[in-house]
Design a protein around this ligand. Structure first.
Ligand SMILES: Cc1ncc(COP(=O)(O)O)c(C=O)c1O
Length: 352
C-alpha cells in the first residue's frame, strides 16, 4: 500500500533523542526554547508558544481573545472537527459558513455572517495546505472589528503575497500531529505579533493567574520538530513538484486543487473532486493506493450548529478525495499513482 502520509525520521532525530535521554533534561530545556524561537522566525512573527496539540492551540487562542459564554465565532463548513470543537470548548457559539473554490472560507458570505451575528472571532482554515483569502479577511476584520485566528494546522510554510500562514491573523494556530508537514507525534503552537495577545496567551500556559491545564510538550517533541522544520522547505518543494505532475495529468478528468494568485500552496493533502468519488476511492484502494476522503462531514452537521447555506461545501463533501503527495514518494510511485488514478476514468466510465 502506498500510504497517504509517511513521516520519515533520520539519524539526526535519533541522535537528538538519545542526547536528551542522556542529559536528563527531558522537559522545559533548550530544545523547547529553541524550537519556539525557530518557529516564530520561520513564520515571521514575534512570539511562538508550543502546546500539546492543535486543538489546544485553537482553544487557548479563543480564550486569549476573550471568547466566553455564547460569543459568536465563524468557521468554514469544511475542516477537521477540532476547528469547531475548540469553539464549543472555549464556551463560544460557532456559526458555520460556506467555502470558496479553494476549499477555504467564502469571503462574500463572511461579510454577511459577521454583520448578522456580530462575530467576535473568525477562524479561516488553510485547508489541505492552501491559503485562505487572508487579504480580504483582514480587510473585513479592520472594518468590523473581529479577531482572526488562522487555523494553520495543515499549512506549515504556506504563504500569500510573501506572508506566511500564521502571520496574517491576530493569532496563528498550528498542529504537529504525526501526519502534518512538521510532525512531532503530538503537539501544537500559537503564533502572534501582538504583545498584549502574547501576554494573555501566556496566562493559559504558565500556571498562576487562573486555573489552567498543563499544555506543555517534552524536549523529545521539540527536538523532532526542530529537525523536521529545518527540512520543511525542501520537503514542501517536493510536495509541490508532485502536485504539479498530478495537476497536469488529472485536470481533464477531475476537479484539481487551485492555487490562489501569488500564493505558496504546501500540499499537506492533494485533493481531487469527481462525482463518482466513492467508486474511484475503492478502485484505488484495491490497487494499493491509500486514497482517502477528507472530510466526509460538514462541521455544522456534525455538531448541529448554526449555519448559513453551504451549497459549495455540500457538493465538495460528496466529491472530494485525496491521494498520497508526501515528499517520500519516489518518482516511480508518483507515476504509478498517476496511471492508477487515470485508469479509474478511462474504461468507458462517465467522465465529469
Ligand atoms: C485543520 C485542522 N485543525 C485542527 C487540527 C487539530 O490538531 P491536533 O490533532 O493536533 O489537535 C487539525 C489536525 O488534526 C487540523 O487538520
Amino acid at each position: 500500500m502506498i500510504r497517504i502520509v509517511e513521516p520519515v525520521f533520520s539519524e539526526e532525530e535519533k541522535k537528538a533523542v538519545i542526547e536528551i535521554i542522556e542529559s536528563h533534561q527531558i522537559t522545559r530545556g533548550k530544545w523547547t526554547k529553541n524550537f519556539q524561537e525557530e518557529f516564530a522566525r520561520f513564520v515571521g512573527v514575534e512570539h511562538c508558544f508550543t502546546v500539546c496539540s492543535g486543538t489546544v492551540a485553537l482553544f487557548i487562542a479563543l480564550k486569549a481573545l476573550g471568547v466566553d459564554r455564547g460569543e459568536r465565532v465563524i468557521v468554514p463548513a469544511m475542516s477537521f472537527m477540532a476547528t469547531i470543537d475548540a469553539v464549543y470548548l472555549a464556551g463560544g457559539e460557532p456559526v458555520v459558513i460556506d467555502v470558496d473554490d479553494y476549499f477555504t472560507l467564502d469571503l462574500n458570505q463572511l461579510e454577511d455572517a459577521v454583520r448578522r451575528y456580530k462575530a467576535k472571532v473568525v477562524i479561516p482554515v488553510h485547508l489541505y495546505g492552501g491559503m485562505a483569502d487572508m487579504e480580504g479577511i483582514m480587510e473585513l476584520s479592520e472594518r468590523y472589528g473581529f479577531y482572526v485566528v488562522e487555523d494553520s494546522a495543515q499549512a506549515h510554510g504556506a504563504s500569500l503575497k510573501g506572508k506566511k500562514a500564521g502571520s496574517w491573523g491576530h493569532i496563528g494556530a498550528f498542529s504537529f500531529y504525526a501526519s502534518k508537514n512538521v510532525p512531532m507525534g503530538e503537539g501544537g503552537a500559537l503564533t502572534t505579533n501582538d504583545e498584549k495577545i502574547a501576554k494573555s496567551i501566556r496566562k493559559w500556559i504558565d500556571f498562576g493567574d487562573h486555573p489552567a491545564f498543563n499544555v506543555r510538550i517534552t524536549e523529545f517533541q521539540s527536538a523532532i520538530g526542530s529537525i523536521q522544520l529545518k527540512n520543511l522547505p525542501s520537503r514542501n518543494e517536493r510536495r509541490r513538484e508532485i502536485a504539479r505532475r498530478y495537476t497536469r495529468a488529472f485536470s481533464k478528468h477531475f476537479g484539481v486543487p487551485l492555487e490562489r494568485e501569488d500564493s505558496y500552496h504546501v500540499y499537506h493533502l492533494y485533493t481531487l473532486t469527481h462525482p463518482e468519488r466513492d467508486r474511484i476511492v475503492e478502485e484505488l484502494k484495491s490497487r494499493g493506493i491509500d486514497a482517502r476522503v477528507y472530510y466526509d462531514y460538514l462541521l455544522h452537521e456534525l455538531r448541529n450548529s448554526e449555519h448559513l447555506p453551504t451549497p459549495k461545501a455540500e457538493s465538495f463533501r460528496r466529491e472530494v478525495f485525496s491521494i498520497p503527495v508526501h515528499p517520500y514518494l519516489s518518482d516511480e510511485e508518483v507515476e504509478l499513482i498517476v496511471e492508477s488514478v487515470l485508469s479509474t476514468v478511462s474504461s468507458g466510465n462517465i467522465v465529469s
